[in-house]
Design a protein around this ligand. Sequence first.
Ligand SMILES: Nc1nc2c([nH]c(=O)n2[C@H]2C[C@H](O)[C@@H](COP(=O)(O)OP(=O)(O)OP(=O)(O)O)O2)c(=O)[nH]1
Length: 132
Amino acid sequence: MKAIKVTAAIIIKNEKVFIAQRSKNDELSGKWEFPGGKIESNETAQECLERELFEEFGIRTKILDYLGESIFDYGNKLIHLLGYFTEHLSGDYILQVHQNCKWIDVNEFDDIDWAPADIELVKQLKKKLTDQ
Ligand SMILES: Nc1nc2c([nH]c(=O)n2[C@H]2C[C@H](O)[C@@H](COP(=O)(O)OP(=O)(O)OP(=O)(O)O)O2)c(=O)[nH]1
């Protein structure tokens, strides 16, 4: 099975991380994720994230450092998730495809019902945020 490359943005403000909940008619309905999406042919991961964040929330962003990756086999598809720290430049967060969103503290990470592929990435993020 060929892995589908998906980008995920880690946006931090006032020490809180932005997460979004997948919509009702989605196969991962109700699960929480870092916003992003599938990388299309002829675009970089960074271009993909900027495009997805504008499409999904109407925000303009700048992609910063790479955090890490998570590869997860959902059975019907293999997801290769790539996490990037991302800076919010402008625009209000307006939900276009998600059912909800929120800002969470690192102490709340373990209470979130994450999309399964995110669990490994969350682990890496938690380590990075608490080790420094
Ligand atoms: N964006 C995003 N997708 C994730 C995460 N974790 C995770 O398992 N996924 C999965 C769900 C989907 O199967 C896939 C990304 O699909 P998507 O629906 O968000 O991307 P897209 O906008 O490019 O999709 P589409 O319109 O072509 O359906 O990756 C995550 O943290 N962020």
